[in-house]
Ligand binder design. Structure first.
Ligand code: DLL
Length: 443
């Protein structure tokens, strides 16, 4: 346990020649890669040839990165329609690995990687691990699930590329996780932020937190807030970092935040980001929130042009204090599809998290949103766990707390909510991505 203060942080950059490149050099590299990639998909993927023909765009029309707006979009539905191998740009024999993500219904989303794609993936995660102050000397405890989900494999590949020790725990069995973390002297761990908080609380409760040698955690795969990061850092006395990715593009390692926590640096030499207005797909200006869209500039197996992620963020292109010139995407407010419209107001689970954590005690950031429709009106109920020490208190105090939570949430969300205080540890913990919303409306 050794949280390093910002003033004492020694920045390490794995590939300064890329991560600190001037904008002009980066644009030139991206242009060269895009021109090649567009020709590649037009020649080798019938889906793209047809899409581009339909849009009236030929590879020769794309002369550089500034022409990217002429290209058609790719959506998750396109992936589903071409499941499992319809979008390959290479013969199936060249695919070294598949990874996927399970949707809530039906078929999963499958992504295919050549060996070179796998190497690039590991390299990008290693850049992120370096950003978190880790090196070949570190022992990285991976409690993301291994399997089709990219979390376990992605962090493992990153540890390998870094030359560090990977501890492939996978998810589950918190007691055993803590025992191994202590016994093997892990110096970093990786899992979803909701599980990180659960692990941290369990470590503190079992009295092992002080004995751990963890100095950093790498958390992502679901939206989380700055307040949540500080909470995890506080309990374990470590530095926590946000990592982003999606299996279609490359799993974790598309972007990661540095010690300044002013947004996640996108590895744009491989994954070109655009932020577009969800209504008409026009480009958003720097700092304006929209849908994140990626083009894979060097992917071999299943390259994607202008893939619509449905993730909402904004982009900042000014160089960061850490020295990197890579653009930064802001922490995600949510996805176009996990935003709930309650009586006309847009509500994201992350707003609830920020509000609960800003209260400075009384409740724990374990929560669940339940949306119902009663007499044609939307009703939002927020279930929140009460802090252990409050729970044993008198009813009168609990009523006061409930009223306070209601007022704080109304102020933060702009809609009134029903608050249901529940006992500590009653909201189900997730070892993977947390489920934060149940929508019972039949919309
Ligand atoms: O969640 C890859 C990953 C694994 C990222 C481990 C980070 C760590 P998928 O299962 O394909 O891939 O889900 C991708 O998860 O479109 C976002 O909506 C969400 N997501 C991923 N990372 C973050 C993050 C992995 N740091 C989807 N913050 C994405 C917010 C995230 N949302």
């Amino acid at each position: 346990m050794a949280k390093v203060a910002l003033e004492e942080w020694k920045e390490q950059i794995r590939t300064p020649e890329i991560e600190c490149m001037s904008r002009d050099e980066m644009s030139a590299l991206q242009s060269e890669r895009l021109v090649k990639q567009v020709k590649n998909v037009y020649d080798n993927v019938s889906f793209y040839r047809k899409k581009m023909d339909d849009a009236g765009v030929l590879p020769g029309d794309i002369k550089g990165i500034e022409d990217i707006g002429k290209l058609p979009f790719t959506t998750k539905e396109d992936l589903r329609d071409n499941y499992p191998f319809g979008l390959l740009a290479v013969p199936k024999e060249k695919i070294a690995r598949v990874q996927g993500t399970s949707g809530t219904t039906g078929k999963l989303t499958l992504a295919s990687y050549t060996q070179k794609d796998v190497d690039v993936w590991g390299e990008c995660v290693a850049r992120g691990l370096t950003m978190a102050g880790l090196s070949a000397a570190d022992r990285i405890h991976v409690c993301y699930g291994y399997g089709l989900f990219t979390g376990g494999m992605g962090l493992d590949l990153g540890a390998q590329a870094l030359g560090a020790m990977a501890i492939p725990m996978s998810s589950g069995n918190t007691k055993r996780q803590l025992m191994c973390m202590e016994d093997f002297g892990a110096t970093a761990f990786a899992c979803t932020p909701s599980y990180a908080l659960y692990l941290a609380e369990a470590a503190a409760e079992a009295g092992v937190a002080e004995r751990l040698q963890i100095k950093a955690s790498i958390n992502g795969a679901e939206p989380w807030t700055e307040e949540m990061r500080k909470k995890i850092e506080g309990i374990l006395n470590i530095n926590s970092f946000d990592i982003y990715g999606l299996c279609e593009i490359t799993g974790p390692g598309v972007a990661m935040d540095c010690i300044h926590h002013k947004g996640l640096h996108v590895y744009e030499d491989y994954f070109y980001p655009e932020v577009l207005n969800p209504a008409d797909q026009s480009p958003c200006g720097d700092g304006e929130t929209g849908e994140l869209v990626f083009t894979t500039l060097a992917k071999e197996g299943m390259p994607l042009l202008r893939y619509r992620t449905k993730d909402l963020t904004s982009i900042e292109r000014a160089a960061c204090e850490c020295g990197r010139t890579l653009p930064r995407i802001q922490k995600f407010t949510g996805r176009t599809d996990d935003m709930k419209v309650i009586r006309g107001v847009n509500v994201f689970p992350t707003q609830v998290e920020t509000a609960l954590l800003s209260m400075g005690g009384g409740v724990a950031p374990h929560y669940m949103l339940i949306v119902d429709r009663e007499n044609n009106l939307d009703v939002l109920t927020v279930m929140v766990e009460v802090d252990e020490k409050y729970f044993s208190d008198e009813i009168r105090r609990l009523d006061g707390l409930k009223a306070k939570v209601g007022a704080v949430l109304k102020q933060a969300l702009g809609v009134s909510v029903r608050v249901k205080l529940v006992e500590p540890k009653t909201i189900q913990r997730s070892e993977g991505k947390a489920k934060r919303v149940i929508d019972n409306r039949e919309l």
